[in-house]
Design a protein around this ligand. Structure first.
Ligand code: CMC
Length: 426
């Protein structure tokens, strides 16, 4: 049987054959690259619901089964047994690091976590009260001015260095963005601290790097808090060709600087249909206020004339439980006693989940809780302010974006992203 799809243009009575390409996992794709030259027509796919925009060997999602793998390894296994830095190494190098490689990678990232003083000046230009995501977008783009070396843009051997630099600096940029937003002094990274602990430290410390002191003495960053945030970073590390990653690839396709491409990813992530949902979930739970009000909000979510959506529910790809959400749901239970998880918000969330998982509206549309439904309650318990939820997503995702950027740059025959349109104007 030929490995093709035949399409018939009934207006002209002509048929065209297109090759089917098979991946190593998941649905096959129809190669329509000659569609326009063959038929004189374009294809139309609003929101890319049926379009594969590239080939990739980084991350695989089976949305029907609720499966997510980085470099072939299931997310549950990585979240359980590997640190975020090991996951970063895996994504960037397509292999798990050995002990020495892990140490070297960790050390290099600690050394690279500092920001140029000039960049720190830039943060001071933004007004207090500005949303950290806005500052983060600008500061990420500005990083390209401090690391602009034409050779680095063209030489494959430089790509890994560019990648490790941005992964190392993103927690510092995010923490600076937050501290600017509340008018607080900046806390420099502490080279003796691990990647994840350092971020919590830069967020929480007082001038001079001192931690909060209460009647029980100096408050330390607990091991369980570091582990929880590390898991959150791992769960966000990459997610195939989502809106922000596609933005990164589109900018990469023009040959622009990688940090500007990452900045485009940060911008795309901010929207509440994407990474901004984690902030919206907590605001929505707070707005619902008590378990008694849940039914009324569920009714609003189901009303086609009401724009209200249940934040943290639904996903373009997952038509089953988001596997990242499963890990976080378990983590919430583990943390419940040791960290002060907001019991009222937990009760409201559980009630929403219970109703949505059995209600015909959500069941028939396959709307399951996604990662953002569970991350906010944990982040709140880690004393991360709501405005920093999406920046936390950014920190975790930066490695995915830059890995996708490298793959794009190394890809053979990659073209500038240039879609066409169905023109309906004059
Ligand atoms: N609450 C109520 N109804 C919903 C929701 C929701 N959260 N999500 C989808 N629907 C309905 C929608 O109204 C539509 O119904 P109908 O067929 O009657 O018109 C149907 O489900 C299909 O929705 P869609 O908007 O066509 O689906 P999509 O694949 O284009 O959108 C989504 C996916 C994630 C943008 C959407 O589900 C949504 O807005 N969810 C809330 C925001 C959210 O939680 N985003 C985080 C996604 S996970 C983090 C990440 O990876 O970015």
């Amino acid at each position: 049987m030929p490995n093709t799809v035949t399409l018939t243009d009934n207006r002209r009575g002509k048929s065209y054959d297109f090759n089917i390409l098979d991946g190593t996992r998941g649905p096959s794709v129809v190669d329509i690259s000659s569609f326009y030259s063959d038929t004189g027509m374009f294809t139309y796919d609003n929101g890319y619901t049926s379009t594969a925009s590239c080939n990739s060997s980084i991350t695989y999602i089976d949305g029907d089964k609720g499966e997510l793998r980085y470099r072939g390894i299931e997310i549950e296994e990585l979240a359980k047994s590997k640190s975020y830095l090991e996951v970063c190494y895996l994504l960037l190098n397509d292999a798990m690091p050995n002990e020495l490689q892990t140490k070297e990678f960790d050390l290099e990232l600690r050394h690279r976590s500092f920001l140029n003083e000039g960049l720190a000046q830039l943060f001071r230009a933004f007004p207090a009260g500005s949303h950290p995501m806005a500052t983060l977008t600008a500061a990420t783009a500005a990083l390209s001015t401090f690391h602009f070396n034409h050779l680095e843009l063209c030489k494959e051997s430089e790509y890994q260095r560019m990648a490790r630099r941005i992964v190392a600096k993103m927690p510092t940029i995010a923490a600076f963005a937050y501290r600017q937003s509340i008018g607080a002094c900046f806390i420099q990274p502490d080279i003796t601290k691990s990647y994840t602990e350092n971020f919590l430290y830069m967020m929480r410390a007082y001038p001079g790097g001192k931690m909060h002191i209460d009647l029980d003495g100096e408050r330390v960053i607990k091991e369980i808090e570091i582990k929880a945030l590390d898991t959150i970073f791992t769960l966000h590390a990459d997610h195939e060709q989502n809106a922000s990653t596609t933005s990164v690839r589109n900018v990469a396709s023009t040959g622009a600087h990688p940090y500007v491409a990452i900045s485009a990813g940060v911008s795309a992530l901010w929207g509440r249909a994407h990474g901004g949902a984690n902030e919206s979930v907590i605001k929505q739970l707070e707005m619902i206020g008590s378990v008694e009000n849940v039914d009324a909000f569920i009714a609003r979510a189901k009303d086609p004339d009401d724009e209200f959506r249940l934040m943290g529910f639904g996903h373009r790809v997952y038509k089953n439980f988001d596997p990242r959400a499963k890990v976080l749901k378990e983590l919430q239970v583990q943390l419940q006693d040791e960290l002060k998880l907001d019991s009222n918000l937990m009760k409201i969330a559980r009630k929403i989940e219970e109703i949505a998982l059995s209600d015909e509206y959500f069941v028939s549309r396959k709307l399951y809780p996604n990662i953002d439904f569970y991350s906010g309650i944990i982040l709140t318990a880690l004393q991360i302010p709501t405005s920093m939820f999406t920046p936390v997503f950014v920190i975790g995702r930066t490695v995915g974006w830059i890995t996708q950027w490298i793959e794009f740059k190394k890809g053979k025959g990659m073209k500038i992203a240039r879609p066409r349109q169905l023109y309906l104007g004059k």
